[in-house]
Ligand binder design. Sequence first.
Ligand SMILES: [Cu+2]
Length: 177
Amino acid sequence: MKRLMYLAILSMAAMLISVPAASAQDDMTVSIQDFFFDPGQLTVAPGTTVTWVNEGQAPHTVTSTDGKELDSATLQPGDTYSFTFEDDDAGETYAYQCTIHPQMTASVKVSGGGEATSSASASMSPSASASASPTASASASAPQELADTGGISLPLVVAIALLGLGFLVVVAMRRAS
Ligand SMILES: [Cu+2]
């Protein structure tokens, strides 16, 4: 009986944690017109599914221009194409074009911070907001990656330092007694 209650509480806690994370991202739509993408520049949170809808009269494609996975087949008028930007895409920019009309170019930027639960996200958000300032978007991904590794290694360094300090205290106390 107690174990059942414990399981119920555990599953409720798991739901409380997972539900806000799943609903934090709103799915987005990009309209394909003759002959442009609307919006041309889009920023999404990691985990967002973007759906392209061909609302033009001509066939179009959504094709990555930098070798990423983003690649629709030819979309006839009314056709749609969906792509989900994953958590490990954070900070990346997906540039794409229509291969039939190469002058149609656009991009999707995946934001860096998000509502992630790990401690690394705390150190990432300041750099994410910094990249929103009018600096070049191409340079934004590099400092973010540096901040990411810093967020992981810093607690480790502190933990090792504390362990060493504790060891020294124990040695000092033994000598004193
Ligand atoms: Cu086109």
